[in-house]
Design a binder for this molecule. Structure first.
Ligand code: SAM
Ligand code: SF4
Length: 471
């Protein structure tokens, strides 16, 4: 919680509304220009906002289809077929802010408020581990109760809980922007990514939808992840809430933010999130800037092409159908078995109860159902946490910049975590389909030596019950 507001050392408001507005309203450019930009991104070069704007200007169905196909191609070439799985865990929904789109906003008296006790947190984590989860994102409202010390102690507790063969191996955070000192405290608990969504990069809209509380100050939030870097968190996630303002403006805001962090701190954001506004308890739907499914696909494809080295997160806000389709556009992480009620993982078979939740979700399938579908569609579900645990951070220098890194490390590690899931948690059909996928993927590994090492580890897991093996 900010007391005296100390900004990052190089704090500046790098969002120029007028310049971005001009780019966002660029008339359609010649097809040859659009194709030049597509070629640049297929060469894995990050795009400048002016170049992203050219992709955004494309309106003809043929050109838009070329953009979709390029995103699919980049996904196939750069990322392969791994999809990282995680679950959100809401810790508390008290909040001092008054965001007009959120059911947790302070002026809404009918929301059921709660912060998990230590025992309740333990129960939530045990239930998530029982299902096979290894990666969580802890979510908090903004409130004096959720101090950096509280967040850090929650993270430590989560790591300490072991149910059966299960454990949580990576804890990410989505919470309020902190002071530099606050980030140091939280980083000390061993977090992975610190996520903050700017919500909207458009100043006037920002002011309108954040009328009160700490969040009403645009620059404090915009500078939030720069302070994170200066507090030692070099693994950060940016995001915008689509539906508050013109989607093209927000895409350009995200791209500008990514470039700003890359230029200042030498590492761009680890992930980008692009949630679409969902119905929520006590929230009136303003559809002025509603993003259609078609435009949503455009924005995901264009983000993929603009920031080729950043992970992209598509959450259960979206329906199973949309998630299925967009997976091929370069999404690298999805949540599964998602429950948003505070304490929801400890309750069996309950429908969503919106008074207790931030918004309505579109994909309520279980982890097992989602994982089953992924393996049948030839995706490798991954719970890998190896780079983070071996200190291999600044991921773009690993996965992408080191030739062969994905074949040597990412794919084998993803297969090891899949085997772990299959042995400990999967139903019979997923087990059968999953083992077949592992066989197919093993056959594709070019390095014989690596294939042999992987085979040895898989055997160790099956015969000696070894777990948590990674390269
Ligand atoms: N209180 C922290 C904050 O605002 O940064 C934690 C984040 S909040 C619990 C997680 C994110 O959910 C917000 O940043 C916002 O983008 C998103 N969100 C809020 N209301 C939403 C809604 N009605 N539909 C979809 N996403 C929503
Ligand atoms: Fe609070 Fe975050 Fe909801 Fe805003 S989005 S009311 S800050 S929980």
């Amino acid at each position: 919680m900010p007391g005296e507001r100390v900004y990052s050392s190089k704090c500046t408001d790098f969002i120029n509304d007028e310049a971005i507005e001009k780019l966002a309203s660029m008339p359609p450019q010649p097809a040859s220009r659009v194709r030049e930009i597509i070629a640049k991104s297929l060469n894995k070069e990050a795009l400048k906002p002016e170049e992203t704007a050219i992709l955004l200007s494309a309106e003809s169905p043929e050109l838009v289809e070329e953009i979709f196909e390029a995103a699919r191609e980049l996904k196939r070439k750069v990322y392969g077929n791994r999809i990282v799985l995680f679950a959100p865990l809401y810790v508390g929904n008290f909040c001092v802010n008054d965001c007009s789109y959120c059911a947790f906003r302070r002026s809404l008296r009918t929301t059921v408020r709660k912060t998990l006790s230590d025992n309740e947190l333990e129960s939530e984590v045990r239930n998530l581990e029982t299902l096979g989860h290894k990666r969580l994102i802890l979510v908090f409202g903004e409130h004096p109760d959720y101090s950096p010390e509280f967040i850090a102690s929650t993270v430590k507790q989560v790591y300490s809980i072991k149910e059966g063969k299960g454990s949580i191996r990576r804890v990410n955070i989505n919470a309020a922007p902190q002071t530099i000192e606050g980030y140091k405290t939280i980083k000390g608990s061993g977090i992975g990514t610190y996520q903050i969504f700017q919500e909207t990069y458009h100043h006037e809209t920002y002011k309108k939808v954040h009328p009160a509380g700490h969040k009403s100050e645009y620059l404090w939030r915009l500078d939030g992840l720069s302070r994170a870097y200066e507090g030692g968190c070099d693994d950060v996630g940016i995001g915008a809430l689509f539906g508050l303002y013109n989607w093209k403006f927000e895409v350009l805001g995200l791209v500008t933010h990514a470039i700003h962090l890359q230029n200042l701190y030498g590492v761009g954001p680890h992930t980008i999130s692009f949630p679409r506004l969902q119905p929520a308890h006590g929230v009136e739907q303003d559809r002025t800037h509603f993003v259609s499914d078609y435009d949503f696909k455009r924005l995901v494809a264009i983000l993929r092409l603009s920031v080729p080295y950043t992970g992209m997160i598509l959450t259960a806000r979206e329906s199973a159908e949309i998630r299925r389709e967009l997976m091929s556009f370069g999404v690298s992480q999805i949540d599964a078995g998602t429950k948003l009620e505070i304490g929801g993982y400890s309750e069996k078979n309950k429908d969503q109860e919106l008074k207790r939740e931030q918004f309505k979700i579109g994909d309520s399938r279980s982890l097992e159902e989602i994982l089953n579908e992924l393996v049948k569609n030839d995706y490798i579900p991954s719970f890998c946490t190896s780079c983070y645990r071996l200190g291999r951070t600044g991921q773009q220098f690993m996965e992408f910049a080191i030739p062969g890194f994905i074949e040597r490390f990412c794919t084998p590690n993803a297969l090891l975590t899949l085997e772990e899931y299959l042995l400990d948690y999967a139903g019979a059909d997923t087990l059968k389909e999953g083992e077949a996928l592992i066989e197919r993927e093993m056959a594709k590994i070019p390095d014989e030596n690596m294939r042999a090492k992987l085979k040895e580890r898989l055997e160790k897991m099956k015969k000696e019950s070894a777990r948590d093996l990674y390269f």
